[in-house]
Design a protein around this ligand. Structure first.
Ligand code: AHR
Length: 488
């Protein structure tokens, strides 16, 4: 029996709800087929968005959605995606499989998607191959309420009022697919492009500069030194693999090593996140710039027989358990991490939802995000526990990861057990008088189990026994599981 002590009087910052953000790129079957099927599709839809997918995603209370990329963003020209769909030009999606993109999903469709999901839009502009004028015009088209040719063009295309656009990214991975730039060069471009992001609406646009990949703190430092005063946030991308980019591993046919290696990479991610935050603390001493982890998640080999450019992978308990450990990591780093966007929402990488024709299934990662939504905008509180660590690939991996937050008098406690062998009996004690406790668990018999279209309920949350007495709960956390306890 291990003891967990939750001290709600010791607060540790606010968990920004945007940490539970999503990302949808014009990549593979994320947008087309996954989210958007068009008004004339036989798949039931509302204004082209599939009803089954939207209704599942609404359960997650998605706070913010990033679009149109990813690498696609720096090859995207927004004018191609407005107006009469039949007249929209085609383009080749050079980043993702070389498929032809018909631009039927564009600015108006993206805002429609956000409105159906009830989330804030986060748009990434094109720095790599787009002009400053193109970016400034897009902002005016979307957000200007007055009488201007661009605002009137928006009206002609069916949208009278400007949209509310809070978050705007100035390029994506400009060190790589977004232009192969050096950080000094990008910093100057950032300074220039952001000058023309004008605030037409009441609320200023929150500007996100392109940040580093993985452990490249030199990029973070240089961009902050040259342009830090002109941004609200800098991004950071970190994907987790079994070994590395060349040896990603299978998403559904892995062995014990494959399970544990992901948790070792999660610990490397933790070190890297701490290094980026230390770098930010050094340059931005006043703590004015936020960190937006606007791409993260497990990246495995794509499913056999699928287009390698489509990044379609399966999703198991390994994704759910490692996802919780990473989200807890963001909770702890809430001083700087104000947004995170898992890659990606549908049919790509560590997805919430998978589709095949008219069929749909939700993944273990989907269940994780639903179980954790009580943390959104909650106050992180001190949670003390012992967790026997183990060594994997030179990293010290904790067996348990526990995080607790309070919101509106409700205490949300989430627990990940990374062990493939041992359940854990916990006695959880709080300093507060709660009168009811409910718990649920997500686990499965086999570490490689996933939800298929034929067996969509294979990995499903179930109620878990949790009796509350004298502000204590005794609970058994099964091996390879995630648990949610809600105390009121
Ligand atoms: O999410 C897939 C790709 O990963 C994105 O397009 C890119 O930004 C990153 O390299």
């Amino acid at each position: 029996m291990s003891k967990v002590r939750i001290n709600t009087a010791r607060t540790k910052g606010i968990i920004n709800k945007n940490i539970y953000g999503q990302f949808a790129e014009h990549l593979g079957r994320c947008i087309y087929e996954g989210v958007y099927v068009g008004e004339d599709s036989e798949i039931p839809n509302t204004n082209g968005m599939r009803n089954d997918v939207i209704s599942a995603l609404k359960e997650l209370d998605i706070p913010v959605l990033r679009w149109p990329g990813g690498c696609f963003a720096d090859d995207y020209h927004w004018r191609d995606g407005i107006g009469d769909k039949d007249k929209r030009p085609y383009m080749v999606n050079t980043n993702w499989g070389g498929v032809v993109e018909n631009n039927h999903f564009g600015t108006h469709e993206f805002f429609e998607l956000c409105s159906q999901l009830g989330c804030e839009p986060y748009i990434t502009g094109n720095v790599g191959s787009g002009t400053v004028q193109e970016m400034r015009d897009w902002i005016e088209y979307m957000t200007f309420d007055g009488d201007s040719p661009l605002a009137n063009e928006r009206r002609k295309n069916g949208r009278e009022k400007p949209w509310k656009l809070k978050y705007f990214g100035v390029g994506n991975e400009n060190w790589g697919c977004g232009g192969s730039m050096r950080p000094e060069y990008y910093s100057d471009l950032y300074r220039r492009y952001q000058t023309f992001i004008k605030n037409y609406g009441d609320e200023p646009i929150y500007k996100v500069a392109c940040g580093a990949n993985a452990d490249d703190t030199d990029w973070t430092r240089t961009v902050l030194e040259h342009a830090g005063k002109l941004m609200d946030a800098i991004s950071w991308h970190n994907y987790t693999y079994e070994r590395d980019w060349q040896h990603k591993g299978s998403s559904y046919a892995f062995d014990r090593d494959g399970w544990y290696l992901i948790f070792a990479d999660v610990e490397r991610m933790r070190k890297s996140l701490n290094e980026h935050i230390a770098t930010m603390d050094c340059v931005d001493k006043a703590g004015k710039v936020d960190l937006a982890v606007d791409e993260w998640g497990n990246w495995f080999d794509c499913m056999p027989g699928t287009n390698p450019g489509f990044l379609y992978q399966q999703n198991t308990m390994r994704d759910a358990v490692s996802g919780m450990v990473i989200l807890h990591m963001f909770h702890e780093a809430n001083r700087r991490v104000k947004m995170a966007n898992i890659a990606q929402m549908v049919n790509v990488l560590q997805a919430m939802v998978l589709t095949e024709g008219e069929r749909m299934t939700v993944t273990p990662t989907y269940h994780l995000f639903r179980m954790m939504k009580g943390h959104q905008d909650g106050t992180l509180v001190d949670t003390a526990y012992d967790s026997k660590p183990y060594e994997v690939d030179g990293e010290t991996v904790p067996k348990l990861s526990i995080s607790s937050s309070v919101k509106d008098g409700v205490l949300t406690v989430t627990i990940a057990n990374t062990s493939l062998d041992d359940s854990e009996q916990l006695e959880i004690e709080t300093d507060c008088d709660f009168t009811s406790a409910e718990a649920e668990v997500l686990t499965s018999d086999n570490m490689c189990d996933f939800n298929s279209f034929d067996e969509p309920d294979k990995v499903l949350p179930k109620p878990l026994d949790a009796k509350l007495a004298d502000n204590k709960i005794n609970i058994t956390v099964p091996k390879m599981s995630v648990v949610l306890i809600t105390l009121k």
